[in-house]
Design a protein around this ligand. Structure first.
Ligand SMILES: Cc1cc2nc3c(=O)[nH]c(=O)nc-3n(C[C@H](O)[C@H](O)[C@H](O)COP(=O)(O)OP(=O)(O)OC[C@H]3O[C@@H](n4cnc5c(N)ncnc54)[C@H](O)[C@@H]3O)c2cc1C
Length: 690
């Protein structure tokens, strides 16, 4: 799964030429000096927990501080005029809407577009994620909360920090370049979303919505909105409401978040300097993604994991081999993973951020470190650690309970534990005209699933009762680590638990030419059922794994067998050839692989009653023909047995059968081998495999 591909509207500009990747350089805290812009430029881009969402963009022009420049050339995806973006005339707002969508992340935008495509009159209300620029464009609009991490990762892949440093480029300039690239990506995405909404005549209003109680039996729901443009309150009415208000990071009270040096997974978007060292708490996808990203930028990275990293990865459904490779990759990259370790106390958090030298030639910051004391799982002392920045990736919670939405006042039921919005199978909340989708409901909290849920919700709310809506039972997962991880369907362990005779077909990346030459470090696994040969799951770690997982998803959904895959034609010199290689490997683990299929198929025609024969009867016939009594039959004798229980079998088929079964090469077939051929014939007949 390519994350950007999920963002409906995202067009990723790749304006940077790829530079040669140098070896990583470790930095110790305080050893290097670099100028540090104090203002969170990305606050204005991606927002921060300090309420930048509705504040004006910071006018940054102080000594020693780099004034952020707009990207030199943002690729214009469309001609959408950005003037007065996010405002809607009072006359339009006064008319009844078919649907009001609250929230302009990937789920909200997808839901709004779906309804508009069904001919409905739609208003999308969104509290800007970032302070909009003069024309009203909110760079974060339509983008997922994880957009910044994807942008950083892509920039990190294409921007060679070591080379730029060796060209005597100051770190603040490098970071500026990094941020400009992120800005381009976000800006492009937002403009594409606006263009799509405008094409489908969806009204888009920047503002904060509150759900008013819907009177029982009423055909419409009232929604109050404080408009971002003038802070004025207005009220709109709608037949249906779709809540897509997303999620925010869980903030443990013991962590002194200041969003300058101590961040959560949202406010890290406001990071104002290129850090030399990072401590990350957590072991989930977000923690690992950021660990890899900061390492790529040359920082010393330490991950603190409360328990075992492997257990945490398995909990999120990762295959064991893939998880092992991922952890090995972290170690190879010199990411320090401290397991069974947590923060005991923040001994020192410098309140003044990083000081900047006024002299650009010196170009230094005096970044006094944060100091943490650590504790082992058994309560013993684990020493102290110093770091320039600290990031907590310890989970997220829905934007639902206790927010300005006032869901409680509107009578919307919330889950006891997480405070998620409760929905039924049609995404409907406890108030019949109100639906919800995305991170604000329980579920996987992915942009991809949020989009799917929102589209389904709209189909349900406006579809006729007999209209079938396809429900996604399973979904692909992409981890944007380096190398990437993509998976879909069952692991071998889960498949066995569910009663399958599961096995794996494995292909390392060096099994295909492209992998051998360009990216040998990776594995693709197919989990399959030995009986039916059907593919049950696909697990990939390596280059383009997040793209390739979709092909694997198709294989699982279409119940493709490993034999089908062996017969599939793939374009040469692609990573997709690995699927075929894994299928060959799977085949080699079968007692009767694809090479047997023709012989078995011929036998099943010649011996239509073979499945009805029990083992004692078969043994009797075998012994009758085995006149020498040595427990084996030659070609003519095998033919005679077949004739005695069915019809004549072609000489060539018998010859091939002996060729495949005759392991010791003496031209005969032993009783055990003979018997097992009948066993597999029975199995295949039972499965209608012929
Ligand atoms: C670091 C990171 C990495 C991630 N990586 C991936 C990945 O690889 N793949 C993937 O699929 N997902 C990923 N995700 C998850 C993904 O970003 C979220 O699942 C997705 O953004 C959720 O979309 P949403 O539309 O439900 O909510 P959001 O994107 O959170 O949007 C909600 C919107 O609602 C607005 N809002 C809230 N309250 C109100 C109100 N009262 N009135 C008006 N507007 C309101 C908010 O301002 C916001 O604009 C990642 C997340 C993070 C943090």
């Amino acid at each position: 799964m390519h994350f950007s591909g999920l963002l409906l509207c995202l067009a990723l500009p790749r304006t940077f030429a790829a530079l040669v990747q140098p070896p990583l350089r470790a930095h110790s805290v305080g050893a290097a000096r670099h100028p540090v812009p104090q203002a969170g430029f990305l606050d204005s881009l991606f927002g921060s927990s300090k309420g930048a969402a509705v504040a004006d963009p910071p006018a940054v022009s102080q000594p020693g501080v780099v004034t952020p420049t707009k990207p030199a050339a943002v690729t214009e995806p469309t001609d959408v005029a950005t003037a007065h973006v996010g405002t809607v005339s009072d006359s339009k707002l006064s008319k009844l809407y078919d649907l009001v969508v609250i929230g302009g992340g990937p789920a909200g935008v997808a839901g709004a577009l779906k309804a508009a495509q069904m001919g409905k009159r739609v208003l999308l209300v969104d509290k800007p994620k970032a302070a909009p620029e003069a024309g009203g464009l909110d760079f974060g609009f339509g983008g997922p909360t994880g957009l910044f991490s994807k942008a950083l990762r892509d920039v990190g892949k294409n921007l060679d920090i070591k080379t730029l440093e060796s060209m005597m480029m100051d770190n603040n300039v490098i970071w500026q370049q990094v941020r400009n690239n992120c800005l381009r990506l976000a800006s492009n995405n937002a403009k594409n979303c606006l263009a799509a909404l405008s094409n489908f005549r969806v009204d888009y209003l920047q503002g904060t919505a509150t759900l008013a109680p819907t009177e029982e039996g009423a055909a419409t729901s009232p929604i109050s909105i404080v408009k971002h443009a003038d802070n004025e309150a207005t009220q709109v009415t709608a037949r249906k409401v779709l809540l897509c208000t997303g999620s925010k990071p869980t903030r443990l009270p013991s962590i002194p978040f200041d969003d300058v040096r101590v961040f959560d997974s949202d406010t890290v978007n406001g990071l104002a300097f290129l850090p030399r060292s990072v401590v990350i708490v957590g072991s989930g996808i977000i923690a690992i993604e950021y660990a890899k990203i900061f390492r790529k930028f040359g920082a010393e990275v330490t991950m603190l994991v409360r328990g075992s990293a492997m257990t945490a990865l398995k909990r999120i459904g990762l295959d064991e081999t893939i998880a092992e490779r991922l952890l090995a990759g972290l170690a190879e990259d010199n990411v320090k993973v401290l397991e069974n370790t947590s923060v005991k106390a923040f001994l020192e958090v410098p309140s003044d951020g990083c000081e900047i030298s006024d002299d650009p030639d010196i170009g230094g910051n005096s970044c006094s470190p944060i100091e943490l004391s650590l504790v082992n799982a058994d309560g013993s002392d684990a020493g102290t650690i110093q770091t320039e920045i600290f990031m907590a990736a310890t989970g997220r919670k829905p934007v639902a309970k206790g927010t300005s939405l006032d869901l409680e006042g509107a009578g919307i039921e919330l889950t006891e534990r997480g405070g998620h919005i409760v929905v039924d199978g049609t995404m409907r909340t406890s108030v019949p005209s109100v639906y919800a989708a995305g991170d604000c409901i329980e579920g996987p909290a992915l942009a991809s699933t949020g989009v799917d849920q929102a589209q389904r919700a709209v189909q349900y709310m406006f579809g006729s009762s007999n209209k079938q809506v396809q429900v996604a039972a399973d979904f692909p997962i992409g981890m944007w680590t380096t190398p990437e991880i993509g998976y879909y369907g069952m692991t071998k362990a889960v498949a066995i638990e569910k009663g399958y005779d599961a096995e794996e077909g494995v292909a390392t990346y060096d099994k295909c030419l492209r992998g051998r030459v360009f990216a040998p470090d990776g594995v693709l696994k197919l989990v399959f059922d030995r009986e039916s040969k059907r593919i049950l799951g696909v697990h990939i770690i390596g280059t383009d794994a997040c793209e390739m997982v979709h092909y694997g998803m198709g294989l699982v959904e279409k119940q493709t067998t490993i034999f089908d895959l062996i017969g599939t034609l793939f374009t040469a010199v692609t990573f997709h050839e690995l699927f075929k290689e894994a299928a060959f490997n799977a085949n080699s683990k079968l007692e009767y692989g694809i090479e047997w299929q023709e012989v078995l198929s011929e036998l099943s025609i010649a011996l239509p009653e073979a499945d009805k024969l029990d083992e004692t009867e078969l043994r009797k016939k075998f012994d009758e023909i085995d006149t020498s009594g040595d427990g084996s039959l030659d070609e003519d004798e095998v033919k005679a047995v077949f004739t005695s229980i069915g019809q004549d079998v072609d000489d060539e088929v018998v010859s091939n059968l002996i060729h495949l079964a005759d392991e010791d090469g003496n031209g005969t077939i032993e009783w055990d081998e003979f018997n097992s051929i009948f066993r597999v014939l029975k199995q295949m007949k039972a499965l209608n495999a012929f």
